[in-house]
Every structure is written in C-alpha cells, then in structure tokens.
Design a protein around this ligand. Sequence first.
Ligand code: HEC
Length: 152
Amino acid sequence: MQFRYLIFAGIAAAATIAASSVIPPGTGAANAQGGVVDARATAMKTLGGSLRRVGQAASVEDARGPAAAIAGAASRLEALFPEGSGGPPTRSKPEIWQNMADFKVKLAALRDAARALDAAAKGADLDAVKAAARNVGGTCGACHRVYRAPRS
Ligand code: HEC
C-alpha cells in the first residue's frame, strides 16, 4: 500500500518537473492574465452595450434582457482584477491594487445599482427603469475617472 503510494507520488513529482521544464517560467501566468484581461474587456463591453440598450428602450420589456445582462456582468467583475493584471497595455491603472478596498467599494456600488435596475426592469415603470439606468451610469464613471487609464 505504502509502496504503491510512493510510486504514485514519484510519478506525480516527475510529471510536475516535466511540466515545469517544458513551459518557460512566467508563460503560464501570462496566459492566465491574458485570459482575465480579455474576460474583463468582454464584461465591460457587455455593460456598455447593455446600458445603451436600456437607455434606448421604448418599453420596460425591451429593457429587461439588457438589465439582467448588466446585473450578471457586474457580479462577475470582482473576480476579474487579480493582482498583477493591470498596467500597460491594459487600461487598468496600478492604483487599483494600491487602493483595492476603495476599488471594491466602487464595484459594490455598481452591483447595487445594477440590482436595482434589474428589479425596476421586472416592474412596469419605464421612467423608474431609466432613472435606475442613470444611477448605474454614474457608478461606471465614478470608477473610470479614478482607475481607468486613457486610451493609448
Ligand atoms: C470599479 C471600477 C469600474 C466600474 C464600476 C466600471 N468599470 Fe469599466 N473599466 C474599468 C477599468 C479599470 C477598465 C480598464 C480595463 C483594462 O483595460 O484592463 C474598464 C474598461 C471599460 C471599457 C473598455 C473595455 C475594452 O477594453 O474595450 C468599457 C466599455 C467599460 N469599462 C464600460 C463600463 C460600464 C458601461 C460600466 C458601468 C455599467 C463600467 N465600465 C463600470 C473599471 C470599472
């Protein structure tokens, strides 16, 4: 039993060594970061496109889908800013990680506003939906002003 375990552990260790000698140091982390940077851009684009659709909605029903998409994307964002994934060529300023507590407050403001928008879009009052959408828009700008670098 113990002997078999040792063989298994040996194989596992050999596999680890083989993997680390094939992949140059840093490549794995860089790929993982590329994935997170892309996922972040996708979530942000979903926010932007959906907020525009809510703004243009002629009925509460038109706003319902995009409002739900905003709430979903907003809830995914916090996981998409791991340490070391900012700076050029991304537009995430290094200040995000120096002020993570404040950044998280701004993310929470977006999530709360997005939840309120989603709730309004499940109702019947289009004016309430538009007002909730303006609140969401305010939370986007509040974060971008501080933590998003200008387009290069
Ligand atoms: C808590 C901070 C924060 C909030 C809230 C936030 N953003 Fe962003 N957003 C960023 C940062 C940082 C970037 C730059 C990402 C990068 O390049 O790494 C960004 C990038 C973007 C981009 C560019 C995406 C691309 O690469 O093409 C769009 C569009 C965008 N945000 C829209 C929105 C909208 C719309 C909202 C609100 C509904 C929003 N964001 C809320 C921080 C935020």
